[in-house]
Design a protein. Structure first.
Length: 76
């Protein structure tokens, strides 16, 4: 890695994270993009949680099936 001097005024030009986010938001609004509503975000989160629970239940069922198959194989 080669480090080069930033030059004069670099500290003044450096954007903070919040400045970058504000710039992104402003650009999106200028293009007509609107953010999701609280209701939309809550609905998406509820759907994500339901999918995670379903996935976890399927994994537990498969793990139980594997354990029973292993026990059966051992008894032969």
């Amino acid at each position: 890695m080669i480090l080069l001097p930033a030059g004069e005024g670099a500290a003044e030009r450096r954007m903070r994270g919040v400045d970058v986010l504000d710039e992104i938001r402003a650009a999106q609004e200028a293009r007509g993009c609107r953010g999701r509503s609280i209701e939309q975000m809550q609905a998406n989160e509820a759907e994500r949680r339901a999918e995670a629970i379903e996935y976890e239940e399927r994994c537990r069922a498969l793990w139980g099936l594997k354990r029973r198959l292993d026990e059966t194989a051992e008894s032969w």
